[in-house]
Structures are given as C-alpha cells and as structure tokens.
Write a protein that binds this ligand. Structure first.
Ligand code: MTE
Ligand code: HPA
Ligand code: MOS
Length: 757
C-alpha cells in the first residue's frame, strides 16, 4: 500500500511532467507566430506561401476562434490571438500546427504579416504622464500625514527603483489538449490554476465549462508564473484540438518562454518619510509606479499587496500610499513569489536607510524603534495580533552575534582598502490570504477504497512546494493511519470544481483544511461502525461511548487500547454495512472582510513574522561582491513537515537574493527583452548561495491554520532585501561621502558607478 511522496519520485526521475506524457501518433505540435515588436497593429496575415511549402500544417488566427477571443480574467483586455492592436513583443498572432515542432516552426517563419508600427512605451513614469493606466490609481491612508510632518525633526524624500524577475521554473509553459466527444476538450496543463484554464478555454471554444476538463498532475515550478500566465497556452492547445479534431501539444522552449511570458513587476517609486527626534516614524507617503506591462493580468492584485505591505513590519500612525498601474508595452507582468510585497518593502527600507544617513541615527536603531507590536493597528485598519517582530529581531541579532559582527566588520574595513564588508538586518511581516476575498475558498474529495487505501484530491497544485506531502500528512493524522497509505491525486476540474490558483502561500492553509474536513467526516462514519452503532449514528443520535473510540496508526482503539480491529478490517466492515466511504468538503477562510471604498478591514487570516541578517563583502576596486552569510529567524508556526519548510525558507531566500543583487531583467527602448538567455540573465547558482543559518521560532502554534501551521511559500523571499542593503553597507564603507542609492538589483555596474562617483 506504501506510496512515496513526490520528493522521492523526483529524485528517482519517476515523476512525470507535460513533456513526459506519451504522445498519440496523430498529435500535432503547436508554435505561435509572435508579434514582431512591442506595439503595433495587424493589418493582414498571409499564410499562402507557408501553406504551400508545408501542406501538412494548419494556420489558425483570431477568425478561427469559435467562441470569444478573450482570456483576460480581471479585465477583458487580453485576446488569445491578436485581432488588431498588439501590446508587447511575443504576443500570439497566429497558431501553427504541424506533425513535428520543427516543421511547425519552419512553417511559422514563412507566415507573412502586414503591420503598422505604433510607438512603444516602456517606462512606467512615461506611461503615467500620458495617462496610460490599466485601472484608476488606488490609495490607502491612515491618520493625517500633512499634519504629522509639522512635528517631525527629519523629513526625507527619495526615489526607489526595483527591477523585474524571470520565474525560470524548470518546466517551461505547456499543455496538451484532446478533442472530446462532448464537443469540448480534455487538457493537461502546467498551470497553478486548472479552473482558470478550464474557464478561459470554455470561453474561447464557446462551450459550457462542463465540456472542458483540465488536469494537472504536478508542475515543474510555478513561482507565480503559472497563476494566470499558463492560461493562454492551455487555451491555444484547446483551440488547436477543437479546430483540427486531433490532439495538440504546445510546449515552449526556454527562449520562447523567457521572451513571451510575464514576469515580476518592475516598480519605480517616490517616498517621503517623517521622523521625530527619537527616530520614531510619524509619517510615510509613497507613490508606486507599477510597470504593469501590456495587459492587466494580475496587476491590480499585485498592487494591492504592495499597498498592504507599504510600511512592512513597522508601525506608522500616518500613512498615505498610492499605486499606479501603468500600461506599457512590455510583457504582461504577473504574480511572482511575494506578489508586490517585496517591491513595497524595498521602498520603506530604502526610506529608513536614507533617514539613517540624513539623521545620523544607525539604521538598525531606527528599524528596532519602529517595529510593530501587539495592540498596534495596520494602516488598513486590521489589529496587530500574535506579533513576533521584536522576538525575531532579538533572536536573529543574538544568532549572528551582532555586536561582535559589527566590530569585526569595522576592523576589517579599517585594515582593508580594496575590500569592504557590510551587514544589514530586515524584519518581516507578511499577510496571509488572497487579497481578493473571493479567492479564499477550495474543496477536497476523499475516497477510502474498500481495501483500505486512500486517495485525496484537492484544488491545490503541487509545484515542488511539498503541498502533496503536507496534504498526505494532514489526511493521515486526521484518519489515524500511516502517511504511506495515502495517495494524493492529480488536480482535476472534475474531482474538485470552481477552485482558485494555488498561490498566495495559502495552498496548504486552504486545501489542507478542506482535506482535513473531508477526512474528519469519513472518520466519524468509521468510528460509528467500529462502535457497532453506525445505524444510530446515521439516525443522528450519537451513541454513548462513541468518544472512547479512536483510530491510531491504522488500529482501532477503545479508551486508548487496541481492540483487535485494523483499519483494513474496519473499512471492509463499513463497506459491507453500506457506509459511504467518500466525502467532499469545502473550506473558505473565516473572518475576512474588507471595505474597498474605505480601504479598511481585515484582509488577512494572520501574518507571518521573522527577521534576517545578511552579510556581504565587496571588492571596491571592481564593484564585484559576494553575499557571505544569512541568519534567518522565522515564524513557521508548528511546521507540518520541517524539511519542506526549511527548503521553502532557504529556496525562497535564495530566489529573493537573485532578484535583489543578481538578476538584471533588461529591456531595450523598443521593448525587447535583452536578457533573454541564461548567459545574459544570470540566476543564483550553488557558488552564489551564502552560508545559511535558519532557525524556526519554537512553541508558536498558529490556531488560524491547519494543524497550527503557518504559510511558508513566499514570506522568506523578502529576507533577501537585507542582501541589497548589506552590499550597500559594504560600498558605503569605501565611500561614506556618497549618498546611498536604491535601485535594485544591486549589480557590479551600479556598485562601480557608486564607488567612482
Ligand atoms: N516552491 C517550489 N519548489 N516551486 C514553486 O513553484 N512557488 C512559490 C512557493 N514555493 C513555488 C515554491 C509560490 S509563488 C507560492 S505562492 C507558494 O509556493 C504556493 O504554494 P503553497 O501555497 O502551497 O505554499
Ligand atoms: N497572492 C497571490 N495571488 C493572488 C493574490 C494574492 O494576494 N490575489 C489574487 N491573486
Ligand atoms: Mo505565488 S506569486 O502567490 O504563485
């Protein structure tokens, strides 16, 4: 009965992904004809020459879409195939199908386009000047900033920039679709959101959702890049399958994936911060110019999270923060681990760094003086509870021996002219729940087969984050059987319907809770059978003595003692007594509310806290640097699987470091991605990774989540912001006379230009 978790199968190479699905003989391979520039208008498509040379190829355009040519989920501004204007480089203009991918590619290259070029906008501030917005700006306020400045000893303003980031999931985007007898399709898709692919495909095909089935076994990483951005590829495969009546596969190569698909939003921001003579922040204002890219995608939700995290782990009584979703002609920027929070946190940390510089107070003191504490209120009106900022910061400073470290660094910097060291601390406070209330719901379906084996299905997608492992542990604990007896099934729209993406770090919180509820229901029925009173239980009258029964390690116990009835025997007995061995459950996060007009409420189930210290060494002649050590103290609640949570913490942090000090997502003025290969777009490798000392707070159960756990997927990414400031600290040791700069990623070029200013 033993079933191995994904981690074991992954190591053995036994897990299967889109490209491992056996291809039927009549399958057609699909490629797109991409838009040739960042902004233009399509006048005519000529496939004649291509069709003559490749008679086995099919060429589909917007005119071939049987339903509505629209896949925009938040705003109807995204066509599946260009019909008129296009908005970014690599937008699908036509779909070309052929028996092999290379033939499809060659045929696509012969498709002639008659076009009109339009002027591209790439800079969000330029877009804002021209009034090019996805939606109107959004503002959150607390207190009265203007009045507060009058009481400030220091008022500091500045500009902060942060770059985008490529997801670089190992498995690129892809899907396979089979036409089905219902007039719809069955799709396997590498997506974080099977229901999203189902809904959009139904819209494209002009069929009801019950004609489209989507299945996702697991994905080779998503990191937010397959929350909405996987949908188009699923829809294209569906369209091809429906029009040709043959199975269609689309699977991007790395170069196509990097150039066509959305990434983390770059931001450009202005801040104003006011502090009193003791370093207390009295007021904070910011304007965030979010580079939203060519279509809406998830930009409004990402911006919301920026605004919610505008003052990070600090208490600020007077706040005014405004976000602008600037429509540019770059790829559709989208969800990426942290989801707008890193961009916001970088701004307030930059403001504190600059305030320290101007006021002469050490930045660590400013940070500590303003830490959130229980009893405070977030600027969006939610009370601060179970706050662990101070505890985490104190502990991380202890772990890295901060006083000693600072002395060592200072003495190193006195003794060395060409190398300088630096260090920085970052506190963390990250809200858990989808900021869009509706999305905080999911379901689970549990079957106990009559041989005792168990299958659990939920709306959650396994993407390497260990969701399947956690669900199996939750189900095992709930049923009282060993975890190896549980198999977690692929995510399918026919087993659990109307779900939302596995995202917002809440995959386990939501799906784990739904699985637990379904298991609890089955357990209740089985206990009644064990107690010999299932018919009474059925009649609704709980028999006396029922509470004495339990299921433990696959054995039925009464008052703690085994009664000689195994799980398998119990299940067989229940089956023979005609007891339902399946259960569906639904879970929606309780207690969430938010008033969009007042920008006030409790949008999060709870917050995740922690703190990090990062150290760095810079070569101040060359501008190069290394990240040396990271100390992280993190509040993971009661981890469901300690190793998974450690992996998420280290992995998230390293991915964040990539964003903060390495990955330089450069576009040229024409809106073309220049960093479109792994030789020009450098991501962290094993040599780049610093020493990591991760500690989880102990005895911090979280009653708001399943088994007292805490969401872990995204929060640790933010610790990497300390990496930027550690390098800056090192650079400033060489040039204390030059003002700091806040333009992430920190690259050797920027470091050198600072050093030679
Ligand atoms: N870890 C791995 N290995 N692969 C991923 O794609 N995605 C991250 C995080 N950790 C990701 C990952 C992101 S962006 C999120 S929101 C969460 O996992 C989603 O899963 P969870 O909600 O189950 O934690
Ligand atoms: N996080 C991730 N994805 C989302 C969110 C969020 O807060 N809101 C909508 N999609
Ligand atoms: Mo994660 S960015 O919420 O998929």
């Amino acid at each position: 009965m033993k079933w191995n978790p994904d981690s074991v199968l992954n190591v053995l190479g036994q897990t299967s992904y889109i490209d491992d699905v056996a291809e039927p003989r009549d399958i057609l391979q699909a490629v797109i004809v991409p838009s040739p520039s960042a902004h233009g208008r399509l006048l005519r498509i000529d496939t004649q020459a291509a069709g003559q040379k490749y008679p086995g190829a099919h060429f589909l355009t917007a005119a071939d879409i049987p339903g509505e040519n629209q896949i925009g989920n938040n705003l109807p501004d995204e066509t599946l195939l260009v019909d008129g204007e296009w908005h970014f480089c690599g937008e699908p203009i036509a779909l070309v199908l052929a028996p092999t991918r290379s033939e499809a590619r060659r045929a696509a290259a012969l498709v002639k386009l008659e076009t009109e070029e339009l002027e591209p906008v790439t800079d969000p501030r330029v877009a804002a000047e021209r009034g090019l917005f996805i939606l109107p700006p959004r503002t959150m306020r607390a207190g009265a900033v203007e009045k507060a400045y009058a009481r400030c000893a220091h008022v500091i303003e500045g500009r902060v920039d942060s770059g985008g980031q490529e997801h670089l999931y190992l498995e690129t985007q892809g899907a396979i679709a089979w036409p089905s007898e219902s007039g719809g399709v069955r799709i396997v898709s590498s997506t974080q959101w099977p229901t999203g692919v189902q809904k959009a495909s139904a819209r494209i095909l002009g069929v009801p959702m019950n004609r489209v089935e989507v299945e996702t076994t697991r994905i080779g990483g998503g990191f937010g890049g397959k929350e909405d951005q996987a949908t188009a590829w699923g829809c294209l495969a569906a369209l091809g399958a429906r029009v040709t009546g043959r199975p269609v596969k689309i699977y991007l190569n790395r170069h196509e994936d990097i150039t066509y698909t959305g990434k983390r939003h770059p931001y450009s921001s202005d801040f104003k911060i006011g502090l009193d003579g003791e370093g207390r922040i009295l007021a904070f204002e910011a304007d965030y110019y979010q580079n939203s890219g060519g279509v809406c995608d998830l930009s409004p939700a990402v911006l919301a999270r920026t605004l919610f995290h505008a003052v990070s782990a600090y208490y600020v009584p007077n706040v005014r923060v405004t976000g602008y979703m600037c429509r540019t002609n770059l790829v559709p920027f989208t969800a990426f681990r942290g989801f707008g929070a890193p961009q916001g946190i970088f701004v307030v940390e930059a403001a504190l760094a600059k305030a320290a510089e101007k006021s002469g107070m050490p930045v660590l003191e400013l940070q500590r003086r303003n830490l959130l504490k229980a009893g405070d209120t977030f600027h969006y009106g939610m009370p601060v509870e179970e706050c662990r900022t101070d505890q985490s910061v104190s502990r991380v400073l202890e772990n890295c021996k901060w006083e000693k470290l600072r002395k060592e660094i200072d003495s190193f910097n006195r003794q060395n002219r060409s190398k300088k060291r630096g260090a920085a601390m970052l506190p963390l406070c990250f809200g858990i729940s989808f900021t869009k209330l509706l999305m905080n719901q999911t379901g689970a379906l549990v079957h106990v087969y009559n041989d005792g084996s168990v299958t659990v299905s939920t709306g959650g997608v396994e993407m390497g984050q260990g969701l399947g492992r956690k669900i199996a542990i939750i189900a095992a604990k709930s049923l009282g059987i060993p975890v190896e007896w549980i198999r977690v099934e692929s995510t399918r729209t026919v087993t659990v319907a109307n779900t939302f993406p596995t995202a917002a770090s809440s995959g386990t919180d939501l799906n784990g809770m739904a699985a637990q509820l379904a298991c609890a229901e089955i357990r209740k029925r089985l206990i009644a059978v064990a107690a010999g009173c299932h018919s009474e239980a059925k009649a609704g009258s709980a028999a006396p003595g029922l509470v004495d029964y339990n299921i433990c390690d696959g054995e039925v116990t009464r008052s703690g003692k085994p009664i000689g009835l195994s799980w398998n025997e119990l299940v067989a007995r229940a089956h023979s007594e005609r007891v339902d061995l399946s259960a569906h459950a639904f879970y929606s996060t309780p207690g969430l509310f938010y008033d969009d007009k007042l920008e006030n409420g409790s949008p999060f189930a709870y917050h995740v806290y922690g703190a990090a210290v990062v150290t760095a060494t810079a070569d101040v002649l060359r501008g190069t640097f290394t990240i040396d050590e990271a100390y992280i103290v993190h509040d993971a609640g009661d981890p469901i699987d300690l190793l998974v949570d450690m992996g998420q913490t280290e992995g998230g942090f390293v991915q964040g470091l990539g964003w903060a000090v390495l990955e330089d997502l450069r576009f040229d003025d024409e809106g073309r991605l220049q960093a479109n290969t792994l030789s020009t777009y450098k991501v962290p490798d094993i040599h780049f990774v610093p020493g990591m000392n991760v500690e989880f707070l102990t005895n911090v159960p979280n009653p708001k989540a399943v088994l007292n756990s805490k969401a872990i997927g995204e929060p640790p990414l933010m610790y990497a912001i300390a990496g930027y400031f550690a390098v800056l600290d090192a650079l400033k040791a060489a040039r204390p006379d030059v003002e700091g700069f806040y333009d992430l990623p920190m690259t050797p070029e920027k470091a050198l230009s600072f050093l030679t200013r």
